[in-house]
Ligand binder design. Structure first.
Ligand SMILES: [Zn+2]
Length: 454
């Protein structure tokens, strides 16, 4: 299935299975087959990594080292770009189909069928759609609508209507004959099933109920990285509900939670993460550091290409095989043929095919070469856009106190941080819009930050 999103059942199953530690590697043809969306790729790779599973691309070789992660996400960036461009092209073609009023393919909505490339109303199902709309407009609950459908023996593909199916029907503007796509409105594609006034009433009710508002998966950037500075316990991410019903997320000392006597106060997720990120980015984007990182990555890349002895060996092996084949050809041309020669010839030919395959793989490993500018360019964006990568990559551990935080870096070699820098929480670009009282509440009174190398 397409790699543009992670809504692929088998893919999800694979992520799920990784929890059982039955395997330790996911092999993909190219990284863009894993996911064409960088955010999702990062998220899933993190899950896999937590479960001890690596994602390896057959055609885009990556050494298993920290800097490889940066190179790897460059490739992912390209995949995302490629995917966006491709879908542009497909959209252009589809738009022409739409202008003609033809069905562009894909899932056929309940209530319609396709006849001669056009959508037409399936009267039997359309009757059900109208019934659902009318009932809901009268204020009848979805579960009761389903009940009466079932009582009347009306099923969806042999099964009782699911809540979600009914809500999806209720939310779908196409039933009113209107199809919006890319800012354009098409009224020539979906024949109207539900009168517009009923559709509007239902729409209002749906919005009031706010049903189906997609819950966003929350990523705790610092998970598995923070320790309590006082008692050494893990600091865990937790979600609570404030008095006004809003969800509030904290990082909380596990020791204190289990009443070991620790008094470390909890810290609001957003604030702590922003603070850590701002400072890591600041450290890592100092011109000197950027320069060093780029040079280092460039060197890594060169070594990777130059040390590709497998490629050299294959080229040699290919030449030898070709020579052997030519020699046999000479023999055959001289009119001497025997079963042995024919057999030998076949062996050599099959060997040559095999070598060529392996050669193609080795060549593709070296085909990808980034310039220093590209590395710098990417590195800078990565700092801003990929906090998860960044933190996994550079931070070994964070020790959190009420008044200070010690960040222990995991830096690849020639990157030097200014050692033992102490930052006051309130200086420079980190401006926190909180009063003294709330600072105390968030566990951030008189905060200082200590940066330290491993
Ligand atoms: Zn503690």
């Amino acid at each position: 299935m397409t790699g543009t999103n992670d809504n692929r059942p088998d893919f999800r199953q694979m992520i799920e299975d990784s929890k059982r530690h039955d395997f330790n590697m996911v092999l993909v043809y190219k990284f863009d087959r894993f996911s064409r969306n960088k955010y999702e790729a990062t998220k899933h790779k993190k899950t896999l990594k937590d479960n001890g599973v690596r994602v390896v691309s057959v055609t885009e070789y990556m050494p298993d080292s920290p800097e490889a992660i940066i190179l790897e996400s460059v490739l992912e960036g390209y995949a995302e770009y490629y995917s966006a461009e491709l879908s542009q092209k497909v959209k252009r073609g589809m738009n022409e189909t739409r202008l003609k009023g033809n069905f562009t393919g894909g899932f056929i909505m309940y209530g319609y069928k396709v006849v001669n490339h056009k959508l037409v109303i399936d009267e039997e199902q359309a009757e059900v759609v109208r019934f659902i709309y009318e009932q809901y407009a009268q204020g009848i609950f979805v579960k009761d609508i389903i009940k009466s459908l079932t009582e009347r023996g009306i099923y969806n593909r042999g099964k009782k209507f699911a809540n979600n199916t009914v809500y999806n029907i209720l939310r779908n503007e196409k039933y009113s004959g209107v199809y919006r796509f890319n800012g354009e409105v098409f009224t020539n594609i979906y024949p109207q099933i539900v009168p517009i006034d009923i559709y509007k009433i239902v729409r209002q009710k749906c919005e009031l109920n706010k049903y189906g508002k997609r819950s966003v998966e929350v990523v705790y950037l610092l998970r598995n990285k923070i320790k309590c500075g006082y008692c050494g316990s893990t600091i865990n991410a937790e979600c609570g509900t404030a008095k006004n019903g809003q969800k509030v997320r904290y990082y909380k000392c596990l020791g204190r939670k289990h009443k070991n006597g620790c008094t470390k106060s909890q810290v609001r997720k957003e604030i702590l993460e922003k603070y850590v990120l701002d400072n890591v980015i600041e450290q890592m984007s100092k011109p000197k550091t950027v320069e060093k990182v780029a040079e280092y990555l460039l060197q890594v890349q060169e070594n990777r290409i130059n040390q590709n002895s497998a490629l050299a060996n294959l080229i040699k092996e290919k030449r030898q095989t070709e020579n052997a084949i030519n020699n046999i050809m000479d023999v055959i041309e001289q009119g001497r043929q025997s079963l042995t020669i024919v057999k030998r010839m076949r062996e050599l030919e099959s060997k040559l095919t095999d070598i060529e395959k392996r050669l193609a793989i080795e060549k593709s490993k070296t085909a990808f070469r980034l310039t220093k500018e590209q590395i710098i360019e990417y590195y800078k964006t990565a700092l801003e856009k990929e906090p998860l990568l960044l933190i996994n990559q550079f931070i070994k551990e964070i020790q959190l106190y009420d008044d200070k935080m010690i960040i222990i870096y995991n830096t690849p070699n020639p990157i030097n941080l200014d050692e033992s820098q102490v930052f006051s929480f309130y200086d420079k670009n980190v401006k926190m819009p909180y009063t003294t009282q709330s600072k105390k509440h968030y566990g951030l009174k008189d905060f200082r930050l200590v940066m330290r190398l491993q």
